[in-house]
Design a protein around this ligand. Sequence first.
Ligand code: ZN
Length: 261
Amino acid sequence: MKTALISDVHANLAALQAVLAHIDAQGVDRILSLGDVVGYGPDPAECVDLVAQRCEWSLLGNHDYAVLYEPTNFNAAAERAAFWTRDQLEPNERWDAETVKRRWEFLGRMRVRVVEGDFLAVHGSPRKPVNEYLFPDDVVQSPSKLASVFSRIDRACTVGHTHVPGVFTDDPEFFYLDDLDDNTFSISGTEKVIINPGSVGQPRDQDPRASYAIVEHEPSKAVGAKVVFHRVEYPIEETVEKIRAIEELPDWLGERLLQGR
Ligand code: ZN
């Protein structure tokens, strides 16, 4: 079975369209979204529609939570962007009431945690599914944090949130894409793993290309699974220009896309 994992679309329509086209060329069985469909980017409504159409389900990320309920621990700029995003999802001259209602229902159905056999899926971490970050540096700086996180995982976990693609093992160790042969990680033996497919709409690993992963696995089984990471070029300038034209979204939200940081 081939499962595509996307995460952190962040209302970047140009990136999402490029990634979906790339996924369609790989012959996958289904697409799952690990959250943060909206926030930061210029096209929240269109991205909610596409994720609702194309993904089997989407988790709730902290930015989705902010738009649905309230921003928590957001800086001033992120909070302003969240309120602007919420406005875009209200009825206006572009959308009829039915369309608006359908989008809010989709956002409202997003879960914080999904278990399928060996696989646990959360946006942030198993301890704090919406908000906790699992950083590559935690391997060195907070091994006890990672030990606590791994104690809550049976076998495999998929996360987003940091926008940095790669794989944690319970040694603990973190494998960046540069550490992998052919961008591929195979789950073997009895090790536990945490897989982060990276971000579609706002990569932060110094590579501006959109990031996602495809997991080839027996249904519900982690052992023997193969995780292949993909990077996809998209017209970044299109998104940067849209952000520049929207007063409520600071220009640096566009500039960072050009550098992947
Ligand atoms: Zn995010």
